[in-house]
Design a protein around this ligand. Structure first.
Ligand code: AMP
Length: 423
């Protein structure tokens, strides 16, 4: 079976790596991929931002199945177009992906379907937003409606900060393009959990829960990033809580979006805050998270392609995903300056020496030039390890990280710190 993976990051490296392990998958192609992905897949040039270019790749490669990594192709209607052509594709349609592509849609959807989430107001003008702001206590969360690569959420401690955030989003000063709607939201507190699941449009198959580290700095300080590290353990959510999340959040979301004529096939990522009042949805993503996917897939014992195929074919209820017991950890090595501006093209050394038992070094942004891996992005590597305990997984990941070097390399040394402190 030939599988085409769309995307170019650590998430796609992990997906391609997991697919490669399947005896049923003979050919993995990644468009466009990156230097590291080329070790597990044939990479072909493509622009994930250009629908026609992606369709060209599908025409040329004629895969048996296409797996979409990032959100942008979903928002362009890539899945809709493949379905129209009768092709097998894993990912939601543009309508179902609105759970991620419009935060205003997602909030109203959750309200319609009684899915727990923070109180909110959707505002379409600056003056309306400033009026609504009075209804909220400080701190308050201001969110851009549209996709913003993790930069569209501002937690404002003062009224002045909130005013500035609203002005900056509507004017386009903050994100580079003017928002037509802004969500004002009650600020929740608690532990955050990433709860991902596969769906075939009706049924859900939860993946193991993960805990992300979004802030750049140690001790969860500094600016938000795409994610600096993540871990999974069997104790992030106990079995009872997982069932609660499935019954009150995951399944109602899948049922709700199906009832709105947009059945969801693919990966649904529920970003949860475990508040004193119970779990609440902070956001939905409609695809595999990055770097959650890396930490989750290293613990998948069963075949990823079986679960993906079952989702695409509407028979997820017949499939069982099996997981290795224990824990995993993923630590991201980033370029100095990220999430702001950074330089690329620096040689990476030590990748061979970092091949330790239980460790996978997924490439988030690299190129391979004349046999040398070069840095090619803000997030460069996702050093991931699975082991019998979180302590052991972290030790392996950091041991491997210590053997890798590139100019300006930065990584957090405290991934998993809260979980270790709770022991
Ligand atoms: P999002 O892109 O919506 O996941 O938001 C990014 C991050 O902002 C989340 O992971 C949370 O840390 C934080 N956040 C989003 N919404 C809220 C909220 N209502 N209360 C507190 N923190 C939030």
């Amino acid at each position: 079976m030939k599988v085409l993976v769309i995307g170019a990051g650590g998430r796609e490296h992990a997906i391609a790596w997991a697919l490669r392990k399947s005896s049923r998958v003979t050919d993995v192609v990644c468009a466009p991929g990156n230097g590291g992905i080329a070790s597990v897949a044939r990479c072909v040039p493509a622009s994930p931002k250009d629908l026609n270019d992606l369709l060209r790749v599908v025409n040329e490669e004629a895969p048996d199945l296409t797996v979409v990594g990032p959100e942008l192709p979903l928002s362009l209607g890539f899945v809709d177009e493949l379905k129209r052509r009768g092709l097998a594709v894993f990912g939601p349609t543009r309508a179902a992906a609105m759970l991620e592509t419009s935060k205003a849609f997602a909030k109203r959807f959750m309200q319609r379907h009684q899915i727990p989430t923070a109180n909110y107001a959707v505002c379409t003008t600056r003056s309306e937003a400033l009026e609504s702001l009075h209804l909220f206590h400080l701190p308050v969360v201001i969110k851009a409606d549209g996709l913003a690569s993790g930069k569209g959420v501002l937690i404002c401690q003062t009224k002045r900060e909130a005013d500035d955030a609203i002005a900056g989003l509507f004017s386009g000063k903050l994100l580079g393009c003017a928002e037509t709607a802004v969500v004002i939201e009650e600020c929740l507190s608690g532990e955050e959990v990433s709860f991902l699941l596969l769906s075939d449009g009706k049924h859900v198959a939860p993946l193991i829960p993960a805990q992300d580290h979004k802030r750049l700095g140690e001790g969860d300080t500094g600016p938000n990033t795409g994610g600096m590290g993540v871990y999974t353990t069997d104790s992030i959510l106990d079995q009872k809580m997982r069932e609660w999340v499935v019954n009150h959040i995951a399944q109602p979301t899948i049922d709700g979006i199906a009832a709105e004529d947009a059945p969801f096939v693919g990966v649904l990522y529920c970003g949860l805050m475990m508040t004193a009042k119970g779990p609440m949805v902070l956001e939905y993503n409609t695809r595999f998270g990055d770097p959650e996917t890396q930490a989750i897939l290293v613990r998948l014992e069963s075949d990823l392609i079986d679960a993906i195929e079952a989702s695409v074919e509407g028979r997820l209820s017949e499939t069982e995903m099996r997981w290795n017991a224990g824990a995993s950890a993923c630590v991201v090595a980033a370029s100095s300056g990220y999430p702001g501006s950074y330089t690329t093209g620096h040689p990476i050394s030590g990748l061979e020496a970092a091949r330790l038992p239980g460790v996978e070094v997924f490439h988030a942004g690299t190129s391979l030039v004349d046999g040398v891996y070069l840095t090619g992005g803000g997030r460069v590597l996702a050093v991931t390890a699975a082991a019998e305990s979180l302590r052991a997984a972290l030790d392996s990941a950091y041991e491997a990280m210590g053997r890798i070097h590139f100019e300006g390399m930065y990584f957090r040394r405290d991934i998993g710190h809260r979980a270790l402190a709770m022991r």
